[in-house]
Design a protein around this ligand. Structure first.
Ligand code: TPP
Ligand code: MG
Length: 445
């Protein structure tokens, strides 16, 4: 492919030239990714290089153990000893509704440690997104930015039911899912601000968080496109006879796309260990689900494929559903989990989020269904911490987030040489000419 761009001689400063090259490179990267992923080259790579994969899995386990320590240890702020063996039984807020399957029990066992961890991890995610909102408003984060506050229980419950060898792939609302996989706050803020310290070396931005060592495959901007890729991951898992599964996540808007049904059909034909997770936050940008879907019962949309409707604001319901789904797909092929959830922010930072829904609707959900408040109540009811101790944890979380933001700001922008690294195709040639030659020419093989 040849790209030939004419640049008027005196209209481009060096900075603008570098920015143009960056933009073109980004486009080329996206094009390369789309082409190659769509041909399932990625899958073939995994199938052809089993040794590589084994090596990277061992490495990944060491890494993820290290990085999971980044999340605050909530128990250290408590004045009492928490048992890891005592069990507490909690009931889900709402019953599950099954389609072509018998739903799991609504009683779930947990431990004091797990309850505290759910609280702390969700508080970190919530605070991270609020900090991202301010960084965006002060123009330290540029471009697209989609926040996840409100939806935290989906990540937390899912992580509690699966391992870091199970794969997750999602759309652009990916910051908290990355943290859930063991990513750090510094890597997150670094990426959001386009710094070297970012998880994609500052070159991906908000929509392109990845953590291969914890089987987190992004971070994708094209609505729904990650779902067929998720089926590719599940295909590889089945082919390699692994006991792991893939959680392919998409929104209620994406659920209406043809590629979701095509992927589901193939996954069902081949009994792939793929869990289709529809995060139904009830809006696709500013369009309410009832305007875009003839049947908004997304868990039933698979027809012959079983489905389960889950209260996605209840971390324990999500945990139970994901455990059930993992067992199901390993034996029987795909299942759809519809997570009934809600985003507090607008669709992205350019959407105030209040023109297509009422403020009462948002505050009503905060009061009635907030995932963090639900866990707070459970902790207090079981006398695992006092209100003050929980407030102290939240204060510590704020501090940790502020420190990570400060560190990320210190991190430099990626070097210019980074423009030509991490492109999918190895050794592809690029020639570029500066403004003095009046022409920028990029050549791909
Ligand atoms: C193929 C494609 N079409 C349209 C868009 C523009 N777009 C970005 S997000 C979005 C809405 C998706 O809504 P949903 O799937 O419900 O996810 P949510 O944002 O609610 O998490 C649209 C239409 C896109 N990025 N890709
Ligand atoms: Mg949506």
């Amino acid at each position: 492919m040849d790209l030939n761009i004419q640049i008027p001689s005196n209209c481009l400063s060096t900075t603008k030239l570098v920015m143009t090259i960056k933009a073109i490179t980004k486009l080329m990267i996206i094009r390369q990714f789309t082409l190659h992923f769509n041909k399932l080259h990625f899958l073939i790579y995994r199938l052809q290089k089993p040794n590589n994969l084994l090596r990277s899995t061992t490495f990944s386990m060491a890494l993820s153990r290290r990085s999971s320590g980044i999340l605050l240890n909530s128990t250290s702020l408590l004045h009492r000893h928490l048992s890891t063996t005592t069990t507490i039984t909690v009931e889900t807020n709402l019953p599950f509704t099954g389609h072509n399957c018998e739903p799991p029990s609504t009683s779930i066992t947990t431990t004091p440690t797990e309850l505290m961890k759910f609280f702390t991890d969700m508080a970190i995610m919530r605070r991270m997104e609020i900090a991202a909102d301010s960084l965006y408003k002060s123009k330290l984060i540029r471009g697209f930015c989609h926040l996840y506050d409100g939806q935290e229980a989906v990540s937390i419950g899912m992580e509690a039911a699966i391992t870091k060898n199970d794969c997750i792939i999602t759309a652009y609302r990916d910051h908290c899912l990355y943290i859930g996989r063991g990513g750090t706050l510094l890597e997150s803020f670094g990426e959001l601000m386009g710094r070297k310290a970012g998880c994609s070396n500052g070159k991906g931005g908000s929509m392109h968080f990845y953590k291969k060592d914890a089987c987190f495959y992004g971070g994708h901007g094209i609505v729904g496109a990650q779902v067929p890729l998720g089926c590719g991951l599940a295909f590889a898992q089945k082919y390699r006879k692994e006991e792991y599964v893939t959680f392919a996540m998409y929104g209620d808007g994406a659920a209406n796309q043809g590629q979701i049904f095509e992927a589901l059909n193939m996954a069902a034909l081949w009994d792939l260990p793929a869990v289709f997770v529809c995060e139904n936050n009830h809006y696709g940008m500013g369009t309410a689900e009832w305007k875009s879907a003839k049947s908004p019962a997304y868990y039933k949309r698979g027809d012959y494929v079983p489905g389960l409707k889950v209260d996605g604001m209840d971390a324990f319901a999500v945990k139970q559903a994901c455990k059930f789904a993992k067992e199901h797909v390993l034996k029987n092929g795909p299942i759809i989990l519809e997570m009934d959830t809600y985003r507090y922010h607008g669709h992205s930072m350019s959407d105030p989020g209040s023109t297509y829904r009422t403020r009462d609707e948002i505050s009503g959900i905060r009061q009635e269904r907030d995932p963090i408040e639900r866990i707070r109540k459970l902790i207090l009811a079981n006398d695992l911490a006092t209100e003050k101790e929980l407030k102290d944890i939240e204060k510590q979380v704020r501090k940790d987030v502020d420190e990570a933001v400060a560190q990320a700001k210190e991190s430099p922008m990626p070097d210019e040489s980074e423009l030509f690294t991490n492109v999918y195709r190895k050794g592809f040639g690029v020639e570029s000419y500066g403004a003095d030659k009046k022409e920028l020419r990029t050549t791909l093989p």
